[in-house]
Design a protein around this ligand. Structure first.
Ligand code: EPU
Length: 338
């Protein structure tokens, strides 16, 4: 049944734990209902905000508009022309899909283990971790066009995926309600072990050739050691994106900070870890009012208890200012600030 609540608290719908309300909360659990919700929000003069489980969301204050959430469920496997496909409802928890894959011998999701969030958001945000991205496995996205109620579908190329980017975040912003995402998985296990400390962790456990389940468990262990549990400490994962700079800027920084970590994106562009820069600015483990910087990973801003959206914004702006001052690089939020 479609949910339709007025003057609704979003406290349980954002992992930052911000107690903000919206005028109306609408939840669809079928394509039919997504079409009904589309009609409601198109005919209303108020703005609308489409959310997943709110794990990448910062609410500045009460949201004066309609909030929409998918509760379309189901994970259905099929094999078409020798390809393993998994059609998942946009309201499924993404990590449940990863768990399903690992259990059933569908490969390619292991490194994405424990990323918070739902299936719909995986296709919008191109979520990624430990050398893997959602774009590597997305085959098809089904949606309802909000303005017409038409059912549409897109393939991977249509979505124009890049690092934490897609057409859904740009030209197609707020145009569609995603209903299903189909992932294409491998028949054979080709473990990705080159990112960060995955190999070191495997060595610690004397595992030379991990199974998919062992790799998933290692990723979960690494994440749990670095990232705070939102059930205990409000946060939205990485607060900022890692900036990408050109060769000249990279060279200047590399000479000044020989120990600076970086990833070569291409011969002319380099990704500089924002967490490292924030730590260099002295912010790791520090707080400003009720907002803080996680002690084990400076890219993560936390709610130290009772923080308002404004408290987090104030910390965000102070950090951006300090990073710009010290490194001459502008860093931008990865979280959706609304
Ligand atoms: N670093 C520091 N100090 C810190 C944090 C990081 O020096 O406080 C250094 C690390 O030592 C390492 C480098 O920065 O050399 C990168 O750190 P890490 O591997 O922890 O990853 P990240 O770049 O900070 C990104 C993603 C995470 C993802 C990890 C692992 C973004 C914005 N974030 O973080 O994604 O889990 O890589 O793949 O790309 C998220 O998006 O919410 C998220 C958690």
């Amino acid at each position: 049944m479609m949910k339709d609540y007025k003057d609704y608290s979003l406290l349980n719908h954002n992992t930052f734990g911000i107690d903000a309300k919206c005028n109306r909360f609408l939840e669809y659990s079928s394509v039919d209902e997504a079409q009904k919700v589309s009609e409601v929000i198109s005919n209303d003069n108020l703005p609308f905000l489409i959310i997943g489980c709110g794990s990448n969301l910062l609410l500045k204050s009460n949201y004066k508009g309609n909030v929409v959430h998918s509760d379309i469920r189901g994970i259905v496997a099929s094999s078409v022309n020798g390809e393993n496909l998994l059609r998942c409802g946009s309201g499924e928890v993404f990590d449940d899909v990863v768990a399903y894959c690992v259990e059933h011998g569908y490969y390619g999701t292991e490194n994405l283990s424990l990323i918070p969030g739902e299936v719909g958001a995986s296709a919008i945000q191109n979520i990624g971790a430990y050398g893997a991205e959602a774009k590597d496995i997305i085959a098809k996205v089904e949606a309802v066009e909000i303005s017409t109620g038409n059912i549409v579908e897109f393939n991977n190329v249509d979505c124009e995926y890049k690092y934490r980017q897609s057409k859904f975040k740009n030209e197609w912003k707020d145009k569609y309600l995603i209903t299903y995402v189909t992932y294409k998985l491998d028949n054979t296990f080709k473990p990705k072990l080159d990112y960060g400390n995955i190999r070191a962790k495997l060595a610690e456990k004397n595992i030379s050739e991990p199974t998919a389940k062992e790799l998933r468990d290692i990723i979960i262990e690494i994440r749990n050691a670095k990232l705070p549990d939102p059930k205990v400490t409000g946060n939205a994962g990485s607060f900022f994106m890692n900036p990408i700079v050109g060769f000249d800027k990279f060279k200047e920084l590399h000479e000044k900070y020989p120990n600076m970590p970086y990833y070569e994106v291409s011969k002319t562009s380099y990704k500089i870890p924002a967490g490292w820069m924030i730590e260099q600015c002295g912010w790791k483990g520090k707080r400003l009012g009720n907002a803080g910087v996680h002690e084990k990973q400076a890219l993560v801003l936390i709610n130290c208890g009772g923080a308002t959206g404004q408290d987090i914004i104030k910390l965000c702006e102070t950090i951006r200012h300090d990073v710009l001052d010290k490194f001459g690089i502008e860093i931008n939020p990865e979280v959706n600030i609304r």
